[in-house]
Design a protein around this ligand. Structure first.
Ligand SMILES: NC(=O)c1ccc[n+]([C@@H]2O[C@H](COP(=O)([O-])OP(=O)(O)OC[C@H]3O[C@@H](n4cnc5c(N)ncnc54)[C@H](O)[C@@H]3O)[C@@H](O)[C@H]2O)c1
Ligand SMILES: O=P(O)(O)OC[C@H](O)CO
Length: 336
């Protein structure tokens, strides 16, 4: 979409990649980040070697000055870790244009409030939920940065805003679909990280594809159950944000959640695994808030509970597997 002025907040792997996607879609993009050296490299050398080694970026502006990035921006994209979103955005609120649509790329649930990121964005920036869109799907940044084809979902309660965002990121290798199911799309993105941790743990422990397929399938049931309890549309879970992202994240070694789970399955402590993987494995913290959200709504999420117990309460992966398999027998159903 030629000429739309956009700001992308967060110059890590997904923020930089999404800025590239938008620039390749014809937008006039400014990337904002807190790291001066990264901003200089993106603007002057068209690369971000810290987060996307060997990738040549298109021409885009990059700055550490949030006011400059947000001035005139019609679409503002947020790509920072979920747990720092509220305080970061509150500090930028004064610079947001009154007609800006804000897009969350974040896949987490806020600790302490158990809120989804669109809710956090709306509160932190003091804008209505109609102006907040979310983008989620099988979107491993490093593949997209190499311009490999993929699709995604843009969800927003306001269909015009969803279309604006979709047009702003549609290009020859990135295909957005729109819907209005923000709750479903967002929960898919956050909870699949927890399921990816469980699969990584199982694979790290040496379990094979039957275990992986079982956890993906029953993980999707957990996501669906929570989403239905919170008002999501059932078809979202079979789509790109649901099954699509589960398959990508659970299969790929590029996923940090999957990789971190694998380290745990191979015997590392959580601290060791965080050092080995990097801290933006959102499922580590969001597993707790997802479980709390489920408990508040009376939703049973045994895999999520197992992940929380392994990461934060000292349960071993074997004990988690035993606990999951020794639950009472029941009939298989989509949300039972
Ligand atoms: N990487 C992917 O493939 C991918 C794909 C889809 C969604 N996501 C989601 O996007 C979000 C960002 O992930 P990422 O992969 O870009 O992470 P990343 O670790 O690569 O980058 C995070 C960026 O946020 C910045 N940051 C951290 N704390 C900050 C703060 N307090 N204020 C300002 N900036 C801060 C870091 O400096 C870094 O530039 C996460 O919610 C993740 O789940 C990532
Ligand atoms: O690296 P992860 O585990 O945060 O996963 C990246 C994306 O969410 C995949 O769609």
């Amino acid at each position: 979409m030629s000429g739309v002025k956009a700001a992308v907040l967060g110059s890590g792997s997904w923020g930089t990649t999404f800025a590239m996607v938008m620039a390749d879609a014809g937008c006039d993009v400014t990337l904002w980040g807190r790291d001066e050296a990264v901003a200089r490299e993106v603007a002057q050398q068209h690369s971000n070697t810290k987060y996307l080694p060997d990738v040549e970026l298109p021409t885009m502006a990059a700055t550490t000055d949030a006011a400059a990035a947000l001035a005139g921006a019609r679409v503002v994209v947020v790509a920072i870790p979920s747990q720092v979103a509220r305080r970061t955005l509150e500090g930028l609120r004064a610079h947001l244009e009154p007609d800006a649509v804000v897009v969350s790329l974040m896949k987490g649930v806020e600790l302490s409030t158990d809120k989804r990121m669109s809710q956090v964005v709306s509160e932190a920036l003091d804008i209505s939920l109609d102006r907040v869109a979310v983008v989620s799907g099988p979107n491993l940044a490093k593949e997209i940065a190499n311009r490999q084809p993929t699709a995604t979902v843009v969800a927003c309660p306001d269909e015009d805003n969803a279309r604006l965002v979709a047009e702003s990121c549609s290009n020859t290798y990135f295909r957005p679909y729109t819907n209005t199911d923000v709750v479903g799309v967002e929960l898919c993105g956050a909870v699949k990280n927890v399921i990816a941790l469980a699969i990584g743990m199982a694979q790290g422990r040496g379990f094979g594809w039957n275990t992986t397929a079982t956890v993906i399938t029953r993980g999707l049931v957990e996501i669906t159950r929570l989403g239905r309890a919170l008002g999501a549309q059932p078809e979202t879970f079979a789509g790109l944000a649901g099954m699509g992202d589960l398959v990508a994240t659970c299969a790929s070694p590029l996923s940090r959640n999957h990789t971190l789970g694998k380290h745990i399955g191979q015997g590392m402590t959580l601290d060791e695994a965080l050092v080995a993987t990097g801290t933006t494995a959102e499922g580590v913290k969001s597993s707790r808030s997802v479980l709390e959200l489920a408990e508040k709504h009376g939703v049973d999420m045994p895999i999520t509970a197992g992940v929380v117990a392994v990461l934060h309460e000292g349960l071993s992966v074997e004990e988690m597997a035993r606990a999951l398999l020794s639950r009472p027998q029941k009939a298989e159903g989509v949300v039972s």
